[in-house]
Design a protein around this ligand. Structure first.
Ligand SMILES: [Zn+2]
Length: 423
């Protein structure tokens, strides 16, 4: 897949005090990027770039800020508000209201430096409509890959989106229908989840059913992503050849997390991409808010008790993640926010990067997971993910060096899409 740019800006220079190109080397100082028709044509010192550009080229000087590739969030639900309501309440909205919710969410993510997303499943045509609106320029937002509706079993997680399929034949038909409607990739629910009546610790499809989805999707040049909370579903996904595994919680039927070294070994060997959606399990928005309250001396006794139990719960999940890293999977792990569900508001990929650092990534590695590695995982590495000649000029500037202090990712000062400043 490659990105075509229309209405891209003419030549310009973006200069910054630091530049982290996403390729793994230390940030360079006093660097500039020359952009022509939306793509990067040179990266060098400010003096060298100025000498290279034509004299009337506009320069955007970002002062001391650190310039990095635009961030990528591989897991969003644009149609959901992330305002703490239950699924049943959020899905009682009309499709029209879901499209409007999506327009607001696109704006929030873009302002947070997220320039590319995957829309991981909405009801009916809501996801497709949002992508169409974005491509027509009706609404601003990150570039978008859309799955349309997630494929799920009868009564399964997200069955309210209306793409229910049981058995291999129905699953193949669903893949064909979604691709026909415009799906860029296929999302399938391989275990239960937060949807009422489903069991997150149980697989919802067999290996054969998942394989039918993979086979049909690959046949039509689409990759697959599977929602896998249960260990059982993780095994099925690996064996079926799923391209990207969401959540990967090692969840047992009784609701406990139980790390399985043999399964981790299988995941490492098959080279599956893994999106651990840490802020979702760890309830990080709530933890962050309570910690802030505590620092300001505003936390009551009840708040402190809640914080303590949330931190203890989060630690169990983070421990599973740390054990996974023993299997050398850093280069296959990508952050994903799961924004929209529960109280996961849009605009916070920073939480997931913070949590990756918490489990053992360096800040630089966390940044690369959200840029270079994510671009590879979603098949857009030719165009996105690093600041290199030939790439699309999707850029974000932070107040501070995110390769030393991951907190800098929360301090966005400028965002560019194909060379056009959008914040
Ligand atoms: Zn999700």
């Amino acid at each position: 897949m490659s990105i075509s740019l229309d209405a891209a800006a003419s030549q310009c220079i973006v200069r910054a005090g630091l530049l982290a190109d996403g390729c793994g080397s230390a940030p360079r100082s006093d660097a500039a990027v020359l952009i022509d028709e939306g793509r990067i044509t040179a990266v060098d010192t400010t003096a060298a770039i100025t000498a290279k550009a034509s004299p009337d080229t506009q320069t955007i000087d970002l002062g001391d800020a650190c310039l990095a590739p635009g961030l990528i969030d591989g897991h969003t639900h644009l149609s959901l508000a992330g305002d703490g309501r239950l699924y049943s309440e959020m899905f009682s909205e009309t499709d029209e209201m879901m499209v409007l919710t999506g327009a607001l969410n696109l704006h929030r993510h873009l302002q947070a430096g997220i320039t590319t997303i995957r829309e991981h499943g909405a009801r009916n045509r809501v996801g497709f409509t949002l992508k169409d609106g974005l491509n027509r320029g009706y609404i601003p937002g990150p570039r978008m890959q859309v799955s349309g509706r997630p494929i799920t079993c009868t009564g399964g997680h997200f069955h309210m989106c209306n793409e229910v399929a049981d058995g291999e034949d129905e699953i193949r038909r669903s893949v064909r229908r979604l691709v026909h409607e415009g799906a860029d990739y296929i999302k399938i629910m391989a275990s239960g989840g937060g949807t009422e009546g489903t069991i997150p610790g149980r697989a919802s499809y067999s290996e054969a059913e998942l394989h039918a989805a993979v086979h049909e999707a690959h046949h039509l040049h689409r990759v697959t992503a599977a929602h896998c909370r249960a260990s059982e579903s993780m095994v099925n996904a690996v064996k079926a050849g799923i391209d990207l595994m969401e959540h990967a919680e090692f969840l047992e039927p009784d609701g406990e997390l139980k790390f399985d070294p043999e399964l981790a070994q299988m995941m490492a060997e098959c080279g599956i991409w893994i999106s651990p959606t840490l802020q979702a399990w760890c309830r990080w928005p709530q933890v962050t808010q309570l910690r802030r309250q505590r620092e300001q001396g505003l936390a009551q006794v009840d708040d402190l008790a809640t914080l303590q139990s949330l931190e203890k719960r989060a630690e169990k999940r983070l421990d599973v993640m740390r054990r996974m890293l023993d299997y050398c999977m850093k280069e296959r792990i990508v952050p994903g926010t799961d924004s929209g569900v529960n109280d996961l508001a849009f605009g916070h990929l920073d939480y997931d990067l913070e949590l990756l650092v918490e489990v053992g990534f360096t800040p630089g590695e966390a940044l690369e997971s959200a840029t270079r590695i994510s671009a590879e995982a979603i098949g857009l590495a030719d165009d996105l993910g690093t600041i290199e000649v030939g790439k699309v000029a999707d850029l974000v500037a932070f107040d501070g060096d995110p390769t030393r202090d991951i907190g800098a990712v929360s301090r966005v000062v400028a965002v560019f899409q194909a060379g056009v400043r959008v914040r």
